[in-house]
Design a binder for this molecule. Structure first.
Ligand code: PGA
Length: 250
């Protein structure tokens, strides 16, 4: 049995004061969650959120990480810096990074290797654009993205990685993949992991769905056998909505 994991991706939202208000409202609402609860926040909020979540079941995540240990990379943050700031999880390869910031499968892979080496728990994002789905090339693409991103990790390391399947056409659009579409494509990702790292590893890897997941559609998605959680954008910015997603079983 894989433990479900629901993670918020705040993207470029919330000042430190707003962040503290949000997690303080969230804490009592999610304290009895049966799943892992994570908030991935802008780096400027790490310190305040870390303090606010102390002693609660909410874990701190980042939204990106650089692959180098240090150096001349203006504006970037290393994995060791994140660890030192109390970060436990990190999103890597989000489609917005791939679309707007030139992220490639190769740089995603470098970031994954650096994060794992530093002891961070990786939330690796994969997913197809609308034209790819319409062309019938989704399965090949998510297989490729998954294999390339994990390349160089040991099987044991792969078993600890969390993968988020996020169809790009469903992010922030209000369009969700159907329960069956999400389940099927996540099954394809799990098969890719099994082919390269063995069935035992594939059975351990937690794979989330992401893309307009919300209090209304979470139950149906979470009832699917392959779906082990969610990566939540818009609905993670309001405590009542995010808590309803986290408490999908209640
Ligand atoms: P959304 O974002 O829930 O707003 O669609 C999900 C994501 O980008 O991780």
């Amino acid at each position: 049995m894989r433990k479900a994991i629901i993670a918020g991706n705040w993207k470029m939202n919330k000042t430190p004061a707003e962040a503290v208000a949000l997690v303080n409202e969230l804490k009592p609402l999610v304290k009895d969650a049966i799943c892992d609860v994570v908030v991935c926040v802008p780096a400027v909020n790490f310190y305040a959120v870390k303090e606010a979540i102390a002693g609660s079941n909410i874990k701190l995540g980042a939204e990106n990480v650089h692959w180098a240990a240090s150096g001349a990379y203006t504006g970037e943050l290393s994995a060791d810096m994140l660890v030192a700031a109390g970060v436990e999880y990190v999103i890597i390869g989000h489609s917005e990074r791939r679309q707007y910031f030139g992220e490639t499968d190769q740089t995603v892979n470098q970031r994954v290797l650096a994060a794992v080496k530093a002891g961070l728990k990786v939330i690796l994002c994969v997913g197809e654009m609308k034209d790819v789905r319409e062309a019938g090339a989704t399965d090949g693409l998510v297989d490729y993205q998954t294999i390339m991103a994990l390349n160089g990790l040991t099987a044991e390391e792969v078993s600890e990685v969390i993968i988020a399947y996020e169809p790009v056409w469903a992010i922030g659009t209000g369009l969700t993949a159907t329960d069956e579409q999400a389940n099927e494509t996540i099954g394809v990702i799990r098969k890719a992991v099994a082919r390269k790292y063995g069935q035992e590893v594939a059975d351990k890897v937690r794979i989330q769905y992401g893309g307009s997941m919300n209090p209304k559609n979470v139950k149906g998605l979470m009832a699917q056998p392959e779906i082990d959680g969610g990566l939540i954008g818009g609905a993670s910015l309001k405590a009542p909505d995010f808590s309803l997603v986290v408490n999908y079983d209640k």
